[in-house]
Design a protein around this ligand. Structure first.
Ligand code: NAD
Length: 435
């Protein structure tokens, strides 16, 4: 099938390369010339495991190419819209300018019968708003939200948990076409939910709202654990054995971030307000507030444990990406903690296996280094992204290079007892400090 993917960021680059891997003929379009140049040369502009191999394979087979010219989408039959929908500056709503511009630029190149497929996460009502202009040129619109997880994006694209097709009334052909796009997943019995536009759009924001709520729920329990001496990690294990609850997404820590969960729950709140239903999702404001409080708490703990001030103390910040196996620092709690500590006069040396370049672009005032440079002579070590490299640090070896054996485990990802046994003052979130 001939396919275009408009927008080649975290979602679009992986989507384009994965569809080429599945045998389709794909052109990826992006307005960013540097991104297109890199992708065309087989260089992944983002860190995403598996993406470089798929790019190499797709480019070599000539099934995959990239362009800055939207006219190159002409001739494709299915056109995915994968541009960003970030938080609007000065508001909690979604910035829809990129989606609107991408659709407007695509319309002159559509042929009758083409299928435009929205992948971006959008406020409910967007597809119904965009459909008339697309239908006016004889093309059709479907909404097929994306659920990939950064760090597992390739697997999630090739073998998704489920597929959701939001289609116009009676457009059964769109279902057949999308089934053809995802033939490999369909053959492996991936569930397909066919629905209207509004439901498809809502499925995505509802899923992210649920996940964010689950994280903030356990972080709220951590806040209570901190004032009662309870241990939130044991609490999570104990409630997680209940199959109705489940253990996943119950890791108390510094909270969620990234280019999706925070802005999606805020945009949902803004959209619900427009719909006169702000009460229905008012709890999401609390979910957001709990989440942001955890970042403050980590900073507070560092200060508290350093005797009341972090001023001129060397703090090793381990992790900058919002999650491991990603270089994404959008709304990253880890980067936020580094920036706050730096703002308080701490001598922060921050490190990350993949996210230093992106962090430096946003916060050139910070000092970045290797993990060895960060740890050397540190008065406090803060683990804020649970990269495998940090989880597997040997507490005895690290103790030998720091000035003061104090570790704040903001992801509860270290072996607390092993660190305490090695002479560390170990401080997790929502659990008693150990030493
Ligand atoms: P991103 O910022 O990484 O990528 C967006 C890309 O679109 C950029 O490369 C940008 O240059 C390009 N672009 C902007 N306007 C364009 C235009 N008019 N024509 C062509 N290209 C244009 O964003 P992302 O993380 O890939 O997210 C894209 C969408 O997918 C968002 O709605 C997001 O919520 C959703 N989503 C993202 C993820 C994820 O894990 N990143 C997962 C599921 C859904």
């Amino acid at each position: 099938m001939r396919i275009s993917v408009i927008g080649c960021g975290y979602l679009g680059a992986v989507h384009a390369a994965s569809l080429a891997h599945l045998g389709h003929d794909v052109v990826g379009i992006d307005v960013d010339p540097e991104k297109v140049e890199n992708l065309s040369a087989g260089r992944a502009p983002i860190f995403e495991p598996g993406l470089p191999d798929l790019l190499a394979e797709g480019l070599e087979s000539t099934r995959l190419r990239f362009s800055t010219d939207i006219a190159d989408a002409a001739g494709a039959h299915v056109h995915f819209i994968a541009v960003g929908t970030p938080q609007l500056a000065g508001s909690t709503g979604a910035d829809m300018r990129f989606v609107d511009a991408a659709v407007a630029s695509l319309i002159p190149h559509l042929r009758g019968g083409d299928l435009v497929v929205g992948k971006s996460t959008v406020p409910v009502g967007t597809a119904a708003r965009l459909a008339p202009d697309i239908e006016a040129v004889g093309a059709r619109l479907a909404w097929n939200p994306e659920f990939l997880r950064e760090g597992y994006a390739v697997t999630d694209t090739i073998a998704p948990d489920r597929l959701v097709y939001g289609i116009a009334d009676g457009d059964d052909i769109a279902v057949d076409e999308l089934n053809e796009v995802y033939a490999a997943a369909i053959e492996s019995d991936t569930p397909v939910i066919v629905t209207d536009y509004a439901t498809a759009e809502l499925v995505k924001v509802a899923a992210n709202s649920f996940l964010a709520t689950k994280i903030s729920f356990i972080n709220a329990m951590a806040e209570i654990a901190e004032v009662t001496g309870a241990d939130v990690t044991k609490l999570a294990d104990a409630i997680g054995y209940d199959k109705r609850i489940g253990r996943k997404f119950l890791n108390a820590g510094v909270g969620f971030g990234g280019g999706c969960l925070p802005k999606d729950i805020r945009a949902f709140t803004a959209r619900a307000e427009e719909l006169g239903r702000s009460d229905s999702v008012a709890f999401l404001k609390e979910v957001d507030a709990i989440n942001l409080r955890r970042r403050e708490r980590v900073v507070e703990l560092v200060i508290e444990r350093l005797g009341g001030s972090a001023f001129q103390k060397k703090v090793a910040v381990l992790g900058l990406a919002f999650k491991p196996n990603s270089d994404d620092v959008r709304d990253s709690p880890a980067l936020d903690v580094a920036v706050r500590l730096h703002g308080l006069g701490a001598n922060v040396v921050a490190t990350d296996p993949e996210a230093i370049a992106n962090s430096r672009r946003l916060h050139p005032q910070l000092t970045f280094g290797t993990v060895e440079e960060a740890l050397a002579g540190a008065d406090a070590v803060v683990v804020v992204t649970e990269w495998k490299q940090y989880r597997h640090l040997d507490p005895r070896e690290v103790a030998a290079v720091v000035a003061n054996p104090l570790v704040i485990d903001a992801r509860n990802c270290l072996d607390a007892e092993a660190w305490a046994d090695a002479g560390w003052e170990y401080v997790g979130l929502g659990r008693r400090p150990l030493s």
